[in-house]
Design a protein around this ligand. Structure first.
Ligand SMILES: O=C(O)CCC(=O)C(=O)O
Length: 235
């Protein structure tokens, strides 16, 4: 894997360092994003809420190219070092009209780590936007710079949140320490679908939090993705 970043990726890198998140537009073809959105919806319940589909690579192996997108992998290598691994087997996150906002949090495994948290990431998160992400439809909301605070959000922390906006086909990338949550979907009919793919550095142990990738699905993936899934595949 090349560590050489292009200009847009270098800018994304600076934003990740200072703000804790970045959005890269146009990485995924919009029609392909729409197809993945449709496929996911057919597998998930529509109940005016926030609905997740864990272990999404098993029913939707067409997510594979997202997991190994070269720009994302270059940034992951920059922040996690090599080798790094895909940890969560992909998770669809559907924020339906009427869904409430989530709780502000920093991501696993920081809950298991003494404070102050280390300044380098233990998890690199991506959210592929399979629909547009808007302030109304529940775009992920983040508090810029909080990955440098060394702590999780307290109960009295208010605001400073910004929605991560992007067009269908964009990807939001964040460091696990930045405080974030899903926004409320206040629209009447605008759905928000994200495909979340998370990566860990070599020294972080994968817990049994997420479903494993089925062996027969794994065998159909390109070698690069098989390497990333080494810790997530069924024995
Ligand atoms: O769905 C979202 O926008 C937020 C997801 C989230 O909080 C997470 O994956 O930790």
């Amino acid at each position: 894997m090349s560590e050489i970043l292009n200009t847009a990726e270098e800018a994304a890198c600076r934003q990740l360092e200072t703000q804790g998140y970045t959005v890269l537009e146009g990485l995924l073809d919009e029609e392909e994003a729409a197809r993945l959105d449709t496929q996911a919806r057919q597998l998930m319940a529509d109940r005016s809420g926030y609905v997740k589909l864990e272990g999404a690579l098993n029913p939707i192996p067409a997510l594979a190219p997202l997991c190994i997108h070269p720009a994302v992998l270059r940034l992951a290598e920059r922040f996690l070092g090599a080798p790094f691994y895909l940890v969560n087997n992909a998770c669809m996150m559907w924020c339906q009209p009427g869904a409430p906002g989530g709780h502000l949090h920093a991501d696993w495994p920081l809950g298991d780590v003494p404070q102050p948290y280390p300044p380098w990431p233990l998890l690199l998160q991506t959210m592929w936007m399979l629909t547009d992400f808007t302030a109304e439809n529940g775009a992920t909301r983040l508090v810029p710079g909080t990955h440098l605070s060394g702590k999780p959000p307290g109960t009295t922390e208010d605001g400073g949140e910004v929605p991560a906006l992007g067009r269908r086909g964009a990807v939001l990338i964040w460091l696990g320490g930045v405080w974030h949550r899903n926004g409320a979907n206040t629209s009447v009919d605008q759905h928000r679908m994200g495909a979340n793919v998370a990566y860990i550095p070599r020294f972080v142990h994968r817990p049994e939090l997420w479903p494993r990738v089925r062996r027969e699905v794994y065998q159909g993936f390109p070698e690069q993705l098989q390497q990333l899934l080494e810790r997530s595949v069924e024995p």
